[in-house]
Write a protein that binds this ligand. Sequence first.
Ligand SMILES: [Zn+2]
Length: 100
Amino acid sequence: MSELRAMSEPMIQCRRCGKEAAPLTKAPFRTELGERIARGICAACWQDWLKHQTLLINHYGLDPRDRKAKEFLYEQIEQVLFEGERGEEIDTTKQGSIEW
Ligand SMILES: [Zn+2]
């Protein structure tokens, strides 16, 4: 079966949920923020963020390739994963809009 998984990976203490957990297998972005996520955020919290991100993208009609949309999402990552805030509230009954 999965022999790669058998070696125990170093655990991290997740900055968001505070649990000892396995980190992501690799940094999600090739940036300083990506490195911080890989070192400080557990895989479960990252999955939570991805769900939240999908909501944000759909709600605001973001194009993730757009530079401003990316900046907005990175800011949200900081808030949601590192500052323990809930991030941009989403009223899914309405179409959102962003003032850049
Ligand atoms: Zn976590």
